[in-house]
Design a protein around this ligand. Structure first.
Ligand code: ADP
Ligand code: MG
Length: 694
C-alpha cells in the first residue's frame, strides 16, 4: 500500500489551482494526471525577471522587466491595427502593443500617468522599441516588484505558461520531506542535495545552466528515476527467478553429434553464449536470457544448442518466430541439423490443416516431438507439452517488459531464451533489458567477405539497372528495396508495384517477383519461394524483408531512396546479403541533394558493418527517443533522466539495484523502507508487490 506521506502527491491534478474540468484533458496531454506528475515536470526554460532600468540597447527578442510611467493611449485607427500604449522607462519612451484588446481593460490596467512594472519581450519596429502583450503588468503601489527567475514549462495548445507555472508551483508546495533512499556515502561523494531540496531547486532555476542535464540537481533526480526503474526490473527478475524453474542438465551427446557434422567450428562468442545458457539451465532458477547479435552472427545455432540441451535431458524445446515465413525458414534450416542429431522436429502455425495440427498437438503432448518450431500459435492454450524445458523466442525486440512477463507466464516453467537482431547501445540495453541476463554475439563467423557498399545517385538509375542486368545474367540474385513512405503503406505499395513493373520491363517478366506488407501470406510466400529457389532473380520488396529472411545466394541489395531510411534499418536491410560465400554488394540509391544528416548516415554505413557501432552512431545522430530499434526494445519513457547524458548513472543504478536486493531482498532495512517510498513515488506499485516476504 502506498505510504501515507505520499498521499498529497497522488491527489488528482484537478485539485491543483487553475486545473478544472476543461483543462484536465490538456494537463493530461502534458502527462499530468496527478500532483506528482507536475512535480516531475522539468522546466524547459527560464526567464529573467530582474528589474532593469531601461529597454535601451537591449537585443531584439530579449525578455525583461522595467518600471514605466504610462504616457498616452492610442486606439487603432483601422481594423486589425494594434492598440498602442506609449510608456516611458528611466531613459526613453517605448510602446506596449496589444492586438484586439478590450479597451476598458487597458485604460484600467494602464491609466495615463500611473507607474507600472511591465515584463515582456522586446522587439523593434521602425527603430522604436515595442513590447507586444506584456506577460506581467504590476502596480508598484500594490505589488512587489518582479524579481528573480521564472521557470518556463513545455506548453500544450490551450494551456498558457502562467496557468502551468501556477499549477506546478502549487504541486511543488505539497512536496513532503521524505526519508533519504540514496546511499549516504554515494550522495556525499556526488555532492547531491536531498530529494525535496532537489525538486524545489529544479523548479527554481537561476540561470540557463541550472536547466542542464549535467546539473547536480537534475542528476540527483535522474538517478532517483533510474534507480527506481532498475530496482523495479530487478524485482521482476527476482520474482521470475523465484518462480519454480527446472534443472536441466544435458549429457552433451546430441550437441556433439551436430557439431561434428558442421563444416565450421563455433566462434568464441557462440561458445561463451552456449556456456552461459547451459549454466542457467543447469540451475533450478528460471532462465530469462537475451541473446543479442547482429544479423548473421549465428544466433540460431546457439539457440539450437540450447534446445538440444533440453532434449538431451529428456525434455522438449520450442522456437517461436514472429511470422509464418520465418517459422518455415527456421524449420528448413533446422531440419538437417535435427536429422544429424536424430531429433524429431515439427512445425506448428495457425495455418496448419486440422488433421496435421491434431497430429502435431498429439506429438507434443506425448513427447514424441522433441523440438517444435512455430508462430505464436505455439503458446495457445490448446497446446500442451509433455515436458517443455526451453522456449526460444526469435526477433522479440519489439516486445517490452510486459510482453516478456506474459510469455514467461505461459512457458510452463521452461527456461526462456529471447533472440534479438537489433543491436542497441549498451546503455539502452541496460534500460530496457535490465530484467534479463544478456549474452552478446559480438564476433562474426569467420570468412565473411565485407559487403561492398556504394552510394549512387538516382540520376544514375539506368547505369544501376544495366550493371544489375549483367550480374543477373551471370546468375546473381538481388533484393530491390523500395522507399518507405511514412504516412501511408498504400503509397509504399504503389511505389513498389511501379518499380516491379519497370524492372520486369528491363529483366523479363518472370525474373522479378514482389513482396510487400499488404499482400496475402500465400502470395508473399510464393514470391519468397521463387526468389529463394532462384526461379526469380530479383525480389522487389518494401521493408518486409527486414525481419530475418535468409537467402544466402542473394548477393546484391539495392535500396532505393536510401536517404529516407534510418541507420538501423539500413543496416538490417544490408544484412540480408553477405550471408553466403560469395562477395556481396549494397547499392544505396539516393535522391540528391542530400541533407547533412542523411549524408552522415549513409557515410557511417559505408564505413562499417559493425551493428553495435552503427547503433551507437544512430543514438548519437538521432537521440534515444527517436531510435527505431530502441522503440522496438520497449525503452521506458523517462521524465527527468536522459539516457544520452545520464548513461553513466544508469550503470551505477543497475549495480546499485542488484546489490540492494542481494543484501535486503525484502527492503526491510531503514534504507529499504525509504526505497519502498521511492518505488511508490515513481508509480512502481506493482513491482513493490513482488518483494520477497523476507
Ligand atoms: P542470425 O540468426 O544471428 O542472423 P544465423 O544463425 O542465421 O544468424 O547464421 C547465419 C549463417 O551463418 C547460417 O548459415 C549459419 O549456418 C552460419 N554460421 C553460424 N555459426 C557459424 C560459425 N561459427 N562459422 C561459420 N558459419 C556459421
Ligand atoms: Mg536469425
Amino acid at each position: 500500500m502506498r505510504p501515507e506521506i505520499l498521499f498529497p502527491l497522488f491527489a488528482e491534478a484537478k485539485t491543483l489551482p487553475g486545473v478544472g474540468p476543461k483543462t484536465v484533458p490538456l494537463y493530461d496531454k502534458l502527462g499530468i494526471r496527478r500532483v506528482v506528475d507536475a512535480v516531475f515536470l522539468p522546466p524547459s526554460g527560464v526567464v529573467d525577471r530582474t528589474l532593469r532600468e531601461t529597454v535601451q540597447g537591449v537585443v531584439e527578442g530579449t525578455t525583461l522587466c522595467v518600471k514605466v510611467t504610462v504616457v498616452s493611449h492610442s486606439a487603432p485607427s483601422r481594423r486589425n491595427a494594434p492598440y498602442r500604449v506609449t510608456v516611458r522607462d528611466g531613459v526613453l519612451d517605448f510602446v506596449l502593443v496589444f492586438f484586439r484588446p478590450a479597451p476598458e481593460y487597458l485604460t484600467k490596467m494602464l491609466p495615463v500617468g500611473a507607474e507600472r512594472y511591465v515584463c515582456g519581450k522586446i522587439e523593434h519596429y521602425d527603430g522604436i522599441a515595442q513590447m507586444p502583450h506584456p506577460d506581467v503588468i504590476l502596480d508598484p503601489a500594490k505589488d512587489a516588484p518582479p524579481d528573480g527567475f521564472e521557470p518556463i514549462y513545455p506548453m500544450t495548445a490551450g494551456l498558457g505558461q502562467k496557468a502551468i507555472a501556477k499549477a506546478v508551483k502549487a504541486a511543488v508546495a505539497l512536496v513532503p520531506e521524505l526519508p533519504e533512499w540514496q546511499d549516504p556515502a554515494w550522495l556525499a561523494k556526488q555532492e547531491w542535495p536531498g530529494w525535496a531540496v532537489a525538486v524545489r531547486a529544479m523548479h527554481d532555476p537561476q540561470t540557463g545552466l541550472d536547466l542542464e542535464a549535467s546539473h547536480p540537481v537534475r542528476r540527483r533526480l535522474a538517478y532517483d528515476e533510474l534507480l527506481s526503474h532498475q530496482l523495479a526490473l530487478a524485482l521482476i527478475r527476482a520474482k521470475r527467478r523465484r518462480a519454480r524453474g527446472r534443472t536441466t542438465k544435458g549429457s552433451g551427446h546430441l550437441r556433439e553429434r551436430v557439431l561434428g557434422t558442421l563444416p565450421f567450428t563455433l566462434t568464441g562468442a557462440q561458445n561463451r553464449a552456449i556456456a552461459a545458457i547451459a549454466a542457467d539451465m543447469g540451475n533450478p532458477e528460471r532462465m530469462l536470457r537475451l541473446l543479442q547479435g547482429d544479423v548473421g552472427a549465428g544466433k540460431t545455432l546457439v539457440a539450437f544448442m540450447a534446445m538440444l540441451i533440453a532434449v538431451e535431458a529428456g525434455g522438449q524445446a520450442a522456437l517461436m518466430a514472429p511470422t509464418e515465413i520465418l517459422a518455415r525458414q527456421h524449420l528448413k534450416g533446422l531440419t538437417p541439423l535435427c536429422e544429424a542429431a536424430g531429433v524429431r522436429l515439427a512445425l506448428l502455425t495457425g495455418k496448419d490443416k486440422a488433421a496435421v495440427k491434431r497430429e502435431t498437438l498429439a506429438g507434443l503432448a506425448s513427447g514424441e516431438i522433441d523440438i517444435v518450431v512455430g508462430t505464436h500459435a505455439l503458446f495457445q492454450s490448446s497446446v500442451t507439452f509433455a515436458d517443455l524445458r526451453m522456449a526460444v523466442v526469435d526477433e522479440q525486440h519489439r516486445f517490452g517488459v510486459e510482453q516478456r512477463n506474459e510469455l514467461a507466464e505461459k512457458g510452463q516453467g521452461a527456461d526462456i531464451l529471447v533472440m534479438s537482431a537489433t543491436p542497441i547501445p549498451r546503455t539502452l540495453a541496460l534500460a530496457s533489458y535490465g530484467d534479463m541476463d544478456v549474452s552478446v554475439l559480438d564476433e562474426k563467423p569467420p570468412g565473411r567477405k565485407p559487403i561492398e557498399t556504394r552510394m549512387v545517385s538516382l540520376s544514375r538509375y539506368d547505369d544501376v539497372v544495366e550493371s544489375l542486368k549483367r550480374a543477373i545474367s551471370g546468375g546473381a540474385r538481388a533484393y530491390w528495396i523500395c522507399p518507405l513512405v511514412e504516412e501511408s503503406d498504400a503509397l509504399d505499395v504503389a511505389a513498389a508495384e511501379d518499380r516491379a513493373r519497370v524492372l520486369r520491363h528491363s529483366f523479363g517478366e518472370n525474373a522479378v517477383v514482389m513482396a510487400h506488407g499488404r499482400m496475402k501470406a500465400d502470395g508473399k510466400d510464393a514470391a519468397m519461394e521463387a526468389f529463394r529457389t532462384g526461379v526469380a532473380q530479383v525480389l522487389v520488396a518494401t521493408t518486409v524483408v527486414e525481419v530475418g529472411v535468409d537467402v544466402p545466394e542473394a548477393t546484391i541489395m539495392v535500396i532505393e531512396h536510401a536517404e529516407r531510411f534510418g541507420l538501423a534499418q539500413l543496416h538490417q536491410l544490408r544484412g540480408r546479403v553477405g550471408r553466403g560465400g560469395e562477395k556481396s554488394s549494397c547499392v544505396l540509391l539516393y535522391q540528391g541533394p542530400l541533407g547533412e544528416a542523411a549524408r552522415d548516415r549513409l557515410a557511417v554505413l559505408r564505413e562499417t558493418e559493425d551493428g553495435f557501432r552503427i547503433a551507437e552512431e544512430d543514438l548519437r545522430q538521432r537521440g534515444a527517443g527517436d531510435l527505431l530499434g530502441v522503440k522496438q526494445a520497449g525503452l521506458p519513457k523517462m521524465k527527468i533522466a536522459d539516457l544520452e547524458v545520464h548513461g553513466d548513472l544508469l550503470e551505477v543504478a543497475r549495480d546499485d539495484a542488484r546489490l540492494i536486493l542481494a543484501c535486503d531482498g525484502g527492503l526491510v532495512s531503514e534504507r529499504g523502507e525509504a526505497l519502498r517510498v521511492l518505488l511508490y513515488l515513481m508509480g512502481r506499485d506493482a513491482e513493490v508487490r513482488y518483494l520477497s516476504s523476507a
